[in-house]
Design a protein around this ligand. Structure first.
Ligand code: ZN
Length: 152
């Protein structure tokens, strides 16, 4: 799936800790959690903008690892499918990093249907809208951010 999920359960200790690298500037945005047929609820999010250099280095690392592993995978019969598979996975992972213009590092809100707390489980590339999964009502509200409200 790859979609970040949120549950209404209590957060483990350290959840509210700032990102590991304090030098990375973050962007705080407000927005809303929306679910068709229900009134939107307020949400807060924090993003890390990614530079082209960051995206390129992460993408190149993944493609490089795939290029190293592909010949090793080709040793296993039937050879070519394994190598192509490794190259394909490397390409997909590299492309995902290259397209990661913002990383969603924190998001909090309430489920529009049941009111349960929704919280980002772990940092993830920002999607627009960004889907959440409510562990209480099992619906999938989406986070919509207001790009004009960015602040540091
Ligand atoms: Zn819910």
């Amino acid at each position: 799936m790859g979609e970040p999920s949120a549950t209404p359960s209590a957060a483990p200790p350290g959840r509210d800790a700032p990102p590991r690298d304090e030098r990375v500037p973050t962007l705080a945005l407000s927005g809303s959690m929306r679910l068709f047929g229900h009134d939107p609820t307020a949400a807060e999010a924090r993003l890390v903008p990614r530079t082209a250099r960051w995206r390129w280095s992460r993408a190149a690392l993944r493609m490089g690892i795939a290029l190293v592993l592909a010949p090793l995978a080709a040793l296993v019969p039937p050879h070519a499918p394994w190598a192509l598979g490794v190259l394909g996975v490397g390409f997909v992972l590299a492309r995902r990093r290259w397209r990661e213009r913002y990383t969603l590092v924190r998001a909090e809100g309430r489920c529009p249907r049941c009111g349960a707390d929704l919280r980002l489980e772990r940092p993830a590339p920002l999607a627009s809208p960004h889907a959440f999964s409510c562990g209480t009502c099992h619906h999938e509200p989406a986070l919509y951010l207001d790009p004009d409200e960015g602040r540091d």
